[in-house]
Design a protein around this ligand. Sequence first.
Ligand code: ADP
Ligand code: MG
Ligand code: ZN
Length: 640
Amino acid sequence: MDEKQTKPRRPLWFWLFIGLGVVVLFFGLGAPNVLGSANEQTVTYDTFLTALEEGKVEKVELKSGTLYYTLKAENQPAATAAPRLNFGFRTVSGTSSRKATVYAVTAMDDPNLVDRLHAAGVTFSENPGTGNMLLLIVLQYAVPILFYVLIFSFFFRRMGKLGAGGGLMGSFGKSNARSVAGGDVKTTFADVAGQDEAKESLQEIVSYLHNPQEYTEIGARMPRGALLIGPPGTGKTLMARAVAGEAGVPFLSISGPEFVELFVGMGASKVRDLFKEAREKAPCIVFIDEIDAIGKKRDGFGGNDEREQTLNQLLSEMDGFEGNSGVVVLAATNRPESLDKALLRPGRFDRRVPVELPDQGGREAILRIHCNRIKTEGPIDLSAIARITPGASGADLANVINEAALCAVRSGRHAVTQKDLEDSVDVALAGKQRKSMVISQHEKEIIAYHEVGHALVAAKQKGAAPVHKITIIPRTSGALGFTMQADEDERFLMDKQEAFAKIVTLTGGRAAEEVCFDSVTTGAANDIEQATSIARAMITRYGMSESFGMTAFEQMVNPYLGNDTTMNCSQETAARIDREVISLIDKAYDQAKTILKDNRSKLDEIAHVLIERETISGQEFMDILNAPVALPVSVERKEE
Ligand code: ADP
Ligand code: MG
Ligand code: ZN
């Protein structure tokens, strides 16, 4: 049907153009003055009057203030007696044609002219010059109208495309769900690593779709919908496809934003069409990705009519089909808190399936799945990669593997090595290396001391994660170097001491600058930001401050998208919190400086190795740190 509806669209333009062409041709060229315009000659009025009195004038025509006339004699083939030269035969490039000379004379206010013309037996007429006037009108009015028609048809076409690729006006709200026939979805649960609990929840839906009778017999009603919630990139979309793949039923998928249309009511009619299609294909899965685009809470403040209508339609459609119609609605979102309550009540999306960020084991499993798709070489230790990527989502990890493969190709190799993988993590973390960047020796020293400062402070504290890598190669993210720490095992809790140790470690970079160069640089900006947010969270959210105790002053707004918080306290409290944050960070900074002063010789030694090698591993770092002190000069300093 799409085909048929697509066709009439073009002819509309086409006919409009043709129509305009015809109009222009007709008025512009089809109505010239009757006498023809060849051989025109301008004469004076008295010449005309003389010719008229002499009875030579044959035909007169008045047109826009000018009289055109021809002479009798000239229209006779042998009229040699005619006074003018250019009459009779005229030869134009070999073709002979005969044209009479037309004389043009400016009309004068001559009231007797008509009588005289009549008396002389001359044919006379007036041509109001409509031809040109009409052409003008066409140009003035028709062209702009045509222009608007074209603009409109352009928009209709676009809406048609969004709608269904339908006709000019025909099927606005046709749901443009991508439909995959049963058994054609190749994704299965095997492609989704880690998310075992989510898989388990969805397994029930799969077995229902396989065998609905079993459920109907006992009188159980299947959940109509399941809502996959979790941070971006954790595999929600992947999981929904896997459910369809496992169940082997048709899969209708559409993304929330695709419902949102220019005109009120179109989104709603798309929803209607979607569910109509689903009922025809049942048993099947309807998947609405990013449902928050239409499922936002309806609030009292002049909401978005289109979105609300779409949501209402969705709500009523989900109520509309009977419990066991075989249509299961899956939806995914990373903003569950913004969804309308009505969507979440039993009977609609009554099953919530959290799809959280993977833990260390999950990360390793995800890496393995993606690693199996590429060629590798040498020993590959994916658990090491999993250890240095805490907080990474499935999508991040898939990207790490892909970057490693790209890196291998770039350097002309045919397989990915462990080093490619590790470099790829750095790229994900801090951007690509900027080898072209020229850094002066002095600045290089400052950067090295800064990074070693972090590492040393971390190593000398209880509760700080071990150092994994220190590098001073500048990165495209703007980082001039970084120190990577990695816990042996995944951590789920952080105690107060560890949180404080983290702040101390973050201030270690700046502390090293001050201790060694007696000056401070802008390089610590990011450390300061992070230290402040941890300190603030300790006080306002984690109840780790003596003076405030267990009171929450800040709330997370959307847990899955960044760590936005809202303050919820009086101005005085806010000021007190600020003071407390400042003193907490001051305390950490002092501690970092003390650690560095106490270990000054090691700081110098490691910094020099780092300047030389540009990157050192955690192991190398620990080796130098644990080696007996080599430089006697530094020992003296230590004892100062
Ligand atoms: P979401 O919809 O949650 O934002 P996607 O499902 O689109 O995330 O995931 C993006 C990509 O990340 C997937 O195509 C897949 O390659 C990878 N991915 C994410 N989670 C997993 C996982 N658990 N197992 C395997 N691959 C995953
Ligand atoms: Mg998605
Ligand atoms: Zn730093």
